[in-house]
Design a protein around this ligand. Structure first.
Ligand code: DX5
Ligand code: ZN
Length: 221
């Protein structure tokens, strides 16, 4: 099992002070920055794009930026986020006409590649592209908004995904996104996740460092 990574989702940050918010959450102990890109087409919400990613790099953010594309189509945004300084780029298989090609584009651009599976998307879509994946991201809410409730069935899906990854022998992270909090992070880790996105649970707290520390102590328990 890999080292656990905590990835605050800046969807729940104060966008009017985004650079400062990212600095603060990294200083509070976050490992990577989760960057949610929504297009009001693939999902019913509209957020931030590659210019904001590039602006965070220019601001001095050196931590990995984990770009979660909720856009359709994906390929032009992949190219833009490679140029904007993304570290990971993940997309939903339903949003690409040519999944293998899109994954290859990400790796050819020097980024780590991943697929994101919605709660009702089957795990078997991973089967023929496992060797092109650096990350599998399971959604534990329907994508589009922060602050939703964790869908409990995702725990079974995590266990199955963990088995698939371990059986492959490949170096692939298993990330979970949606409704993660101090209260449930331990059972999510026990089900097999190693990378934890948390938006409202961290940015909604008064003390980011205390919340991240509480998550780490649950993970260590
Ligand atoms: C939802 C986004 C998530 C969201 C998670 O579509 O992909 O990353 O920010 O927010 P919380 O942690 O509040 O469920
Ligand atoms: Zn996300």
């Amino acid at each position: 099992m890999k080292e656990f990574l905590i990835a605050p989702s800046i969807l729940s940050a104060d966008f009017a002070r985004l650079g400062e918010e990212v600095d603060n959450v990294l200083a509070a102990g976050a490992d990577i920055v989760h960057f949610d890109v929504m297009d009001n087409h693939y999902v019913p919400n509209l957020t931030i794009g590659p210019m904001v990613c590039a602006a965070l790099r220019k601001h001095g953010v050196s931590a990995p930026i984990d770009v979660h594309l909720m856009v359709k189509p994906v390929d032009s945004m992949i190219a833009s986020f490679i140029d904007a300084g993304a570290s990971y780029i993940t997309f939903h298989p339903e949003a690409s006409e040519h999944i293998d090609r899109s994954l290859q584009m990400i790796r050819d651009g020097g980024c780590k590649a991943g697929l994101v599976l919605n709660p009702a998307t089957r795990l078997d879509c991973l089967e023929h592209v496992m060797d092109k994946l650096d990350m599998v991201l399971l959604m534990s809410v329907n994508p589009g908004f922060g602050g939703q409730k964790f869908i409990p069935h995702t725990l079974n899906k995590l266990r199955q995904a963990r088995q698939l990854i371990d059986a492959s022998g490949l170096d692939i992270r298993l990330e979970i996104d949606g409704g993660v909090s101090v209260a449930n992070i331990r059972e999510i880790a026990e089900a097999g996740a190693d990378t934890f996105v948390a938006g409202s649970a961290i940015f909604g707290a008064d003390d980011y460092a205390a919340t991240i520390a509480a998550m780490r102590s649950e993970l260590a328990a």
